[in-house]
Design a protein around this ligand. Sequence first.
Ligand code: COA
Length: 150
Amino acid sequence: MIIRKLPSENALPMDLLLSADPSEKLIKDYAKRGQCFTAEINREIAGVYILLATRPETAELVNIAVKEEMQGKGIGKQLIMHALKTAKSEGFKTIEIGTGNSSIGQLALYQKCGFRITGVDRDFFIRHYSEPIYENGIQCIDMIRLSQDL
Ligand code: COA
């Protein structure tokens, strides 16, 4: 598997990105402001993430996604480790990530990769998304914010 920056002339893997965030508008905005990385297996995109500079010395890992049929094989973890290394090499001191209160697997994965909860952005998904989102039988309402020092 090769993880590399998506060349600027290449189209975004929008279907995959939409599995992490249902808002195409937000994705396009993040992609324009950040760097998009892809994990490729036999030249096919299996995973993606966007690294975004948010504040001085702080980056955020947004829109991480792995193709459904490739999930549970460690690709997500490798993408996160790649993002940590990339952000550190670019001089960032802190990396952040956010996920929904209903995203149980993602909360497990991020904590296994060293992230710790720093706060809750209450009602984030009510304010920013017009359709209600449900996962694991739980309504996604609040964004759980996590971070780690690099
Ligand atoms: N309880 C405990 N651990 C859990 C879990 C749960 N319910 N669900 C997942 N995990 C753990 C697994 O055990 C595994 O850890 P391990 O390596 O110690 O066994 C880890 O989380 C999953 O790792 P990995 O296989 O690397 O993840 P992945 O390749 O399936 O990618 C996502 C993870 C989140 C990127 C992928 O599921 C995805 O694309 N989801 C849809 C898009 C999305 O929700 N993106 C995030 C938006 S915030």
